[in-house]
Design a protein around this ligand. Structure first.
Ligand code: FES
Ligand SMILES: [Fe+2]
Length: 346
């Protein structure tokens, strides 16, 4: 079946690696299926080049870093971080030539992550997303990357979707038999959408009991920012603040890597927090398995076309924002946000 492709947003920043992963040894990563070689030059600069030598098409990732350049492993041509050909061994003429340049991606390294602008050779029009609390005093920060065989949209919706938690993760967060009436306020701006959950009691499952044994009011926001930033913010009682921000990278249309940064301020002892990490990964494993199955059917039947109700709070908005951005049709930042209030049982 020849299905339309999921939206691709090229003019945006994506995380390709954690900073510590990029060393002199070339690292291969992919964005929308295109291989990109990352390397760190002798002075510490990060280069991100199309992983293809313009000479004979050998992957540049087979090469070696020599000073400020990446040297191809076949005939030794050398390329700068900007993709300029600066040395051709044996050749007596000028190495640099427009036909010998490698498409390069603009790189920014910030908050421990290596971001690239998705369109090679293009000047970025924005700066990468600033992760609030990632370096705030008093916060414990946990970093983890995970991967799912699904579109960025499907992964983002899953991460921000409340109703599935009582079923897919039954007992861990919420229970299908315990219901509370809450109000969800959805607000959509030209480049992001947010949902605030009002009146949510402390989660009834194991996680909630560990986080706040005495119960307490929960403040909970879910957010999505173009092109692929997922954010969940919880305050439970007065003492617990959790900010989870994950940058989604479309490795390919149906293959998404999430670079997640969890910033926590809590009185919970460190060893309990450590114990929560495998639990979090188990939750993600359940999500990844269901997303995998969902991708199989989506790819078989075609585009992501779904039936939704009001309690699919964010997914339809995320898809709308992504489709607009893919067409370069972002709305006006000065516009008032679109809002909707939804009563629901969770
Ligand atoms: S293929 Fe890279 S230098 Fe020849
Ligand atoms: Fe989930």
């Amino acid at each position: 079946m020849n299905a339309p492709r999921p939206p691709r947003i090229l003019d945006a920043w994506y995380v390709l690696a954690w900073s510590h992963e990029v060393r002199a040894e070339p690292l291969i990563r992919k964005l929308y299926g295109d291989p990109i070689v990352l390397f760190r030059s002798a002075s510490g600069q990060v280069g991100a080049l199309e992983d293809r030598c313009p000479h004979r098409g050998v992957p540049l990732s087979t090469g070696t870093v020599v000073g400020e350049r990446l040297q191809c492993g076949y005939h030794g041509w050398e390329f700068s971080c900007a993709g300029r050909c600066e040395a051709v061994p044996s050749f007596l003429g000028e190495a640099d030539h427009v036909g010998r340049r490698v498409p390069s991606y603009t790189v920014r390294e910030q908050q421990g992550m290596v971001w690239v602008w998705g369109r090679p050779g293009a000047e970025p029009t924005t700066e990468p997303f600033d992760l609030e609390y990632a370096d705030a005093p008093g916060y414990t920060v946990i970093r983890e990357d995970v991967r799912a065989n699904a579109t960025v949209h499907a992964v983002a919706e899953n991460a921000l979707d409340v109703p599935h938690t009582a079923y897919l993760h039954g007992g861990l967060f919420r229970q299908a038999t315990v219901r509370n009436r809450i109000t969800a306020e959805v607000k959509r701006w030209h480049d992001h959408v947010e949902c605030e959950y009002i009146g949510e009691p402390r989660p009834t499952g194991l996680v909630g009991r560990i986080l706040s044994p005495s119960g307490g009011i929960v403040t909970h926001y879910d957010r999505f920012f173009l092109p692929s930033i997922i954010q969940v913010e919880y305050r439970i009682g007065d003492e617990n603040h959790i900010m989870i921000t994950a940058a989604g990278t479309p490795v390919d249309d149906y293959d998404t890597r999430l670079y997640a940064v969890v910033a926590l301020k809590t009185r919970i002892p460190g060893f309990i927090i450590k114990a929560l990490k495998p639990l979090g990964l188990k939750v993600f494993q359940q999500d990844a398995e269901i997303l995998d199955r969902m991708t199989e059917t989506t790819q078989h039947y075609g585009e992501e076309v779904y039936a939704s109700t009001d309690v699919d709070l964010l997914g339809p908005h995320i898809l709308k924002l992504m489709r607009r951005a893919a067409k370069g049709e972002l709305g006006d930042p000065r516009d008032e946000p679109w809002t909707k209030s939804v009563e629901m049982d969770v």
